[in-house]
Design a protein around this ligand. Sequence first.
Ligand SMILES: *Cc1c(COP(=O)(O)O)cnc(C)c1O
Length: 350
Amino acid sequence: MSKFWSPFVKDLVPYVPGEQPKLTRLVKLNTNENPYGPSPKALAAMQTELNDNLRLYPDPNSDLLKTAVAHYYGVQSNQVFLGNGSDEVLAHIFHGLLQHEQPLLFPDISYSFYPVYCGLYGIQFDAVPLDAQFQINPADYAKPNGGIIFPNPNAPTGCLLALEAVEQILKASPDSVVVVDEAYIDFGGETAISLVDRYPNLLVTQTLSKSRSLAGLRVGLAVGHPDLIEALERIKNSFNSYPLDRLAIVGAAAAFEDREYFDQTCRLVIESREWVIAQLQAKGFEVLPSAANFIFARHPQHDAAGLAAKLREQGVIVRHFKQKRIAQFLRISMGTPEQNQALIDGLGDM
Ligand SMILES: *Cc1c(COP(=O)(O)O)cnc(C)c1O
């Protein structure tokens, strides 16, 4: 603490990201990155862009990428917002659309950045408990609120909410913005973007960090009614006019255009998930049903923190959350088949 800080800074509780170790030999299954590289076409597009033009500012509206995203999802360009990772997109959403008199609703077990943004922007929230099976129950959200946000599939559980259930939540709160954070939707879910033309209160966010293997490039997006997008553009243009650099714009656009590579790598991740789940169940783990690129599992006889430490000694890192309700779970990202084998070997006989 220092006398130079703005007063509110001392009360901030920042997000703690998963470890990014400097040791490269570790099997890194802790931050849900994609084990397969980005599309070769995305890499080639960025290499071409790596030239003297970098002295010039990028397009502040990232029109090339907006058009590619709009085309991919069958929406208009003015229904698309882009940001420096979906974390930045989410920050602008909290700031510009979720600050109201009634509390914001989100699940008690959810993306731990949500309460952090509430702290940053002074938003009051009400954490709605997941049911006993760790599922979102739409009926629990049918109460007065100043907005609703949840990941689908949820993180860190991996559990998917069916599109009809998402629609039920939208219908029950027509006067609130409902944000569906679809960071993991491509690994087995159905996007709610198909609903944006019918629900002017729906905003869907996605990221290129997971299914498009570009976590290092920092590109995220939101799709919704043009009035919602306009609020985000107003915030963005009052904060940073150039959130996406020249490489990010062309790389992300090329990644969206390479559907074949995308489909193939998503399929491999899904196959890995089924294999890892079967292996863990054979060792006695209880694994929540996952539609994501990670699984959430607990063992009835072994302490989760102890298991994470044991794996770490074997060079495998997984994520363990201290929050009481999930303290006996491990969140494990899907790796390559070799990495997944290292995980199973690292657990040994149980
Ligand atoms: C990874 C993740 C994000 C953030 O993605 P970035 O685009 O890398 O900032 C957002 N929401 C959830 C639920 C995530 O797991």
